[in-house]
Design a protein around this ligand. Structure first.
Ligand SMILES: [Zn+2]
Length: 158
């Protein structure tokens, strides 16, 4: 079990490379999404940088996705209610349309987790949004074909 207000949750990293990078960051007590650390560790090109956001591809995309974008809020906040209203309008009116155009996205999902990473399944507490695009539906799909993301843990009845 990990601490509630930690910066990195190593129980939620995916794959050896991400685990190693985040382990090193966590040992230093750093936040991987604060700019001074992000720019050192992130190897994908920064597609959009504004006063509020960094838009880039996820270095460790979800399995089965054709595109996994990260939108990292510049300030270290852990909760979307702390995001500036102007930052939201910039996100929806400028950044998201630019990414949709660049990647010719005609269907996808956006999700944002916040707060206690022991509840959300997120590896990083610093507030960020994810955009995921999957493949096309196959004939007679089953739930096995769904692209799934971790939004938390299933509640277990006592
Ligand atoms: Zn941070």
């Amino acid at each position: 079990m990990t601490e509630k207000n930690q910066l990195v949750n190593l129980s939620h990293t995916r794959g050896d490379e991400q685990t190693n990078v985040y382990h090193r960051i966590a040992e230093g007590g750093f936040c991987p999404f604060c700019w001074e650390n992000f720019q050192k560790n992130h190897k994908k090109p920064l597609l959009i940088q504004t006063e509020w956001w960094i838009a880039t591809e996820n270095q460790w995309p979800y399995q089965g996705s054709t595109l996994h974008m990260l939108f990292v809020y510049r300030d270290h906040v852990d909760d979307p209610t702390k995001v500036a209203p102007d930052a939201w309008s910039e996100f929806y009116q400028h950044i998201l349309p630019a990414i949709m155009k660049r990647y010719h996205i005609n269907g996808g999902g956006i999700y944002m987790r916040f707060g206690n990473t022991n509840i959300t399944g997120s590896s990083v507490a610093h507030f960020h949004a994810n955009l995921i695009v999957g493949g096309e539906m196959i004939e007679q799909p089953t739930s096995e074909d769904w692209l799934t993301v971790a939004l938390g843990y299933k509640h277990k009845e006592a």
